[in-house]
Design a protein around this ligand. Structure first.
Ligand code: CAA
Ligand code: FAD
Length: 380
């Protein structure tokens, strides 16, 4: 592993940092307060190539590597985790899923628009009774010859009310368990497809989360992704890359909170000196820095594994498990370092603390990451 970033990587990171500072920062508190989806900013991120970062340029993508992806995700997440989850879902769940497993026709029809930001995508696996236990899908897709009929409910869907293209996982043959599951492309506005009310959330309030209802939705057979029965493996492989995205989101949240806490501690005075001169505060900063560096190494390792063509199921789970723990623990410490100011919105750290929590829940809870990691250790 090379620990030096290339000049190109530094340029990409700096471009993302600049965008986050100039475009995401100004209204981030308003978007959080009002659960305001950043539609215009999504368009700008599309123009910068942030919505199809790793997609082959022949499908309209930026053709960058996974290291570039995590660098961009970290910088966006330092300022606005609601914006970065839109980037993560579109890139690593929807674009990757279609590029790796979709047909040429599907790529031409959908991926080319998703990679440029003309379309936004959503990934629909979770259900009211099948979250962590993802093989217990109740949504069904019945094979009717040249089409399927889809029925069921998906919940917690990010970009749920904003997407143009939905990748929906459903049971096609209950008797076959995880081998009787398929993934389908459902287009916005298809008859029988309804978007429920928006969730009112603790964090990532600028992102758009909805329950989706499918009532006798007719899906052409050419919208099935991959071989019959490959939908669960499709979801698991896609989520391994998604977990790199969420790990880098967690890293960015932690690093953003640390940078604010460090700055504040050098300005705020108590007992005749800047608070960073009190060892209790200085040691908090040292712990934050150390854990964030460790998380960054794990995130980079997972991205590097992906770029090298190595299996990244475990390294992505390790990175997500650790980075999300660091994000949660150290955003709380960043609030503490800010004292009373940490408890109000203007100082940003309370939002970062609220946003951190989701990284331990979505794309597989921390307990699920431990299942993935420990199963692999035991199998070896
Ligand atoms: N790659 C390929 N195949 C895989 C795989 C992988 N990474 N993981 C599992 N499989 C295969 C298994 O080999 C098995 O196939 P065989 O029967 O042929 O051996 C099959 O899939 C079933 O696997 P398991 O027996 O391991 O299944 P399980 O029921 O024990 O569940 C699990 C495994 C890891 C817990 C899985 O259910 C899981 O990841 N749950 C969490 C779901 C999740 O992450 N949801 C996220 C939703 S998206 C989201 O959250 C987006 C967002 O917020 C922004
Ligand atoms: P449950 O599975 O009911 O888990 C409850 C608790 O039990 C958790 O602590 C869990 O870790 C624990 N638990 C469960 N099983 C075990 C076990 N075997 N061993 C140990 N502990 C266990 N899903 C999508 O498909 N697409 C999206 O775009 C999407 N976006 C989301 C956005 C938000 C804001 C949120 C909140 C969720 C989103 N999700 C999405 C859903 C998310 O992936 C699930 O919430 C998550 O996988 C957990 O499922 P659950 O909520 O049903 O919890």
């Amino acid at each position: 592993m090379n620990f030096n970033l290339s000049e190109e990587h530094i340029m990409i990171r700096d471009a993302a940092r600049d965008f986050a500072q100039t475009e995401l920062l100004p209204d981030v508190i308003e978007r959080d307060d009002n659960q305001h989806f950043p539609k215009e900013l999504v368009k700008k991120m599309g123009d910068l190539g942030f919505l199809g970062i790793m997609v082959d340029p022949k499908y309209g993508g930026s053709g960058m590597d996974a290291i570039s992806y995590v660098l961009i995700m970290e910088e966006l997440s330092k300022i606005d985790a609601s914006a970065s989850v839109i980037v993560s879902v579109n890139n690593s769940l929807v674009c990757y899923g279609l590029e790796a497993f979709g047909s040429e026709v599907q790529k031409q029809k959908f991926l080319t628009k998703l990679a440029t930001g003309e379309f936004i995508g959503a990934f629909c696996l979770s259900e009211p009774e099948a979250g962590s236990d993802a093989t217990s899908q109740k949504t069904s897709a019945i094979d009717k010859g040249d089409h399927y009929i889809l029925n069921g409910t998906k919940n917690w869907i990010t970009n749920g009310g904003r997407a143009d293209v939905y990748l929906v996982i459903a049971q096609t043959d209950r008797d076959k368990g995880s081998h009787g599951i398929n993934a389908f492309i459902v287009e916005k506005g298809t008859e029988g497809f309804h978007v429920g009310p928006k969730e009112n959330k603790l964090g990532i309030r600028g992102s758009d989360t909805h329950t989706l209802q499918f009532n006798d939705v007719k899906i052409p057979k050419e919208n099935r992704i991959g071989e019959d029965g490959s939908g669960f493996r499709f979801a698991m492989k896609t989520l391994s890359g998604g977990r790199i995205g969420i790990a880098s989101q967690a890293l960015g949240i932690a690093a953003g909170a640390y940078e604010l806490a460090l700055k504040y501690s050098k300005e705020r005075k108590a007992f005749g000196t800047e608070i960073c001169n009190h060892q209790a505060i200085a040691f908090k900063l040292a712990d934050m820095y150390t854990d964030i560096e460790a998380a960054r190494h794990l995130v980079m390792k997972a991205a590097w594994d992906k770029d090298q063509g190595n299996n990244y199921d475990v390294s992505s789970a390790v990175a997500k498990l650790y980075a999300s723990k660091v994000a949660m623990e150290h955003t709380v410490e960043a609030v503490q370092i800010h004292g009373g100011n940490g408890f109000v919105k203007d100082y940003h750290v309370e939002r970062l603390m609220r946003d951190a929590k989701i990284t331990q829940i979505y794309e597989g809870t921390s307990e699920i990451q431990k299942i993935v990691i420990s199963r692999s250790l035991i199998k070896q």
